[in-house]
Write a protein that binds this ligand. Sequence first.
Ligand code: SF4
Length: 323
Amino acid sequence: MNVLEIRGLGVDYQSATGAVHAVDDVSLDLRRGEILGLAGESGSGKSTLAHAVGRLLRPPAAITGGSVTFHRGDGTAVDVLALRNEELRAFRWREMAIVFQSAMNSLNPVATVGAQIDDVLRIHRPDLPRRSRTERAVDLLQRVGISADRRRSYPHELSGGMRQRAAIAIALALNPEIIIMDEPTTALDVVVQRDILYEIRALREEYGFAVVFITHDLSLLMEISDRIAIMYAGRVVETGGSRDLHRHPRHPYTAGLLRSFPRLRGPREELLGIPGTPPDLRDLPSGCAFHPRCGSAVAECSTRPPRLLDGVACLLNDEKGIR
Ligand code: SF4
């Protein structure tokens, strides 16, 4: 059952030279309790998509079309793009929380982490007495691997990994149904990164929330995600179960991303990567935006844009296409 449905979502950035289509006609489902990985190179639109879903975009970015529907456990549906400011504030913490890449930027530098959890609880759960809020803050911190005494620490007194854990604890404060994690471990070393990933998975098992996990690191997503969506030039080009996508990538871009990471097991292989650079969103190539970099491209690829069919947007997989 889906907890979030994105349909035909578009986001433009207005620039002096015209509109930049950062997200173009994206449709995605997030199932209840799953971890959906969102991958792609810088500028592919993955963070813009997440910010649009959380209604966090600021001008010059603007949603140009589409819908985002949140399905509550009781069967009611919420039109996220139509929420008014007050409704949006409640929605963001109670039903959807967001963890950003740099916890230092999202945490308040002049408040202790305990006070920041307390703030969220005080505003959204005025029924909770102070003592219960304190207990909840301690419990949340311990669940993300931070000892109770660190409740009185300021963000600058914590390591990068601990700050990111604190940001996750704050996101969990009201038991949201969805947590969007925008490159939450990118700035951390690999050991801390792995620890946090395993904790996110364990917390998901315990609380049952769904996660949209955004990163450019596809190998990381393979480990943590149930399903993965690959974005290129503002569009979703492939979706699938993470194991299937790893073993049998169907889109040439996904295959290229997979060839860009070293394998931990098996014989040594030369890393091939993907030739060229991501396109300028102000001036996308005609047809399939990936065609100038695609080793499988044929003539039709430069004239006909592929549709996302059966989880793949490639003319080679399009039944009405060139195969
Ligand atoms: Fe490559 Fe053509 Fe498929 Fe685009 S449509 S990914 S250019 S084969």
